[in-house]
Design a protein around this ligand. Sequence first.
Ligand code: TYM
Length: 346
Amino acid sequence: PRVIFSGIQPTGVPHLGNYLGAMQQWVKLQNEASANTSLIYSVVDLHAITVYQDPNALRTSKREMLAALLAVGLDPQKCTIFYQSDVPAHSELMWILSCSASMGYLSRMTQWKSKLDLDENANPLDSSTKTKLKLGLFSYPVLQAADILIHRATHVPVGHDQSQHLEFARECAAGFNHLAGDKLLVQPETLLSPAKRVMALDKPTNKMSKSALNPKSRILITDSSSTISKKLRVALTDSIEGVTYDPSSRPGVSNLIEIAFNLDGSNHGAASPAEYAKDFEGLSLKALKNKVAEVVDDHLMPIRSKFEEIIGGDGKILQEAAQIGAEKARKSAESTMQLVRHAVGF
Ligand code: TYM
């Protein structure tokens, strides 16, 4: 059997990086799934609290993220969609895995360093690092490994920034299996999306992210037509004439082409961003931005109205989806946990 698992942090309404790097693939995998495939997607609220969250704001963000997952086309009947904290076994497996996970490996991982604005060589035991670094942020990848391994996932669709975490998850599975003496946990494969790295609009050498200070650096999947146009109009490009696809010398222009290609390329019969760009060769950059705005808006319009409908409703749709999801996810997690508990001697 094929088990697809992935997670997303409840950061409120997702941006185009989340959408193209992950959610769009999740829907595609759902729509192409055969009978022996199960799909499990989690809103990872336990991960969210590795940095302080205002409790009421977190509750709102969770609901918005769940509504966004439904709005992009995930179907709670076809997938298991759940809040991570509704399945306590994720935390239980995390503890068990952390008893064999390597501190050395975790200390080389880059995400906690970037969250604390530390350089690549920062060491968790240095006195200046130690006080800032919380244990939960440091061990974040162990919880992520538990998410994946507890459902015996075979494939994990993510953007490029999660590659390192997935390698760690495979390492955790191997480490545990080594002790448990058999192939109890499954080592998952990484499924990178075609749009594995969507860049920030104002700084196309950085990835588009929720935490960047400038709200014009990202397009949210519920942005209005006029907001989309405005953000694209001021997107950083260059002063070279005409449209060409060349990510290293023209990161800004190439990012816009990639965004449009990944939303609309198939309608053009284009197989790559470079081929897609040929259709726009003669355009000015201003005209390219208008074109991209149109493509983005056309694609997001139905998602935005579905989102508004769900979030503006009485909350029943979300409550029900979360409840069915939690039940299915608990069952799936429990079957692995019985083996794991036995293997460690409980
Ligand atoms: P998160 O919430 O930061 O992002 C969710 C998904 O969006 C992708 N993504 C991007 N893809 C392309 N370009 C971008 N600019 C961009 N920004 C975000 C991410 O790669 C991700 O696929 N640690 C994870 C959540 C997680 C998880 C898991 C993922 C927890 N447990 C188990 C997979 C499996 C995270 O913070 O993703």
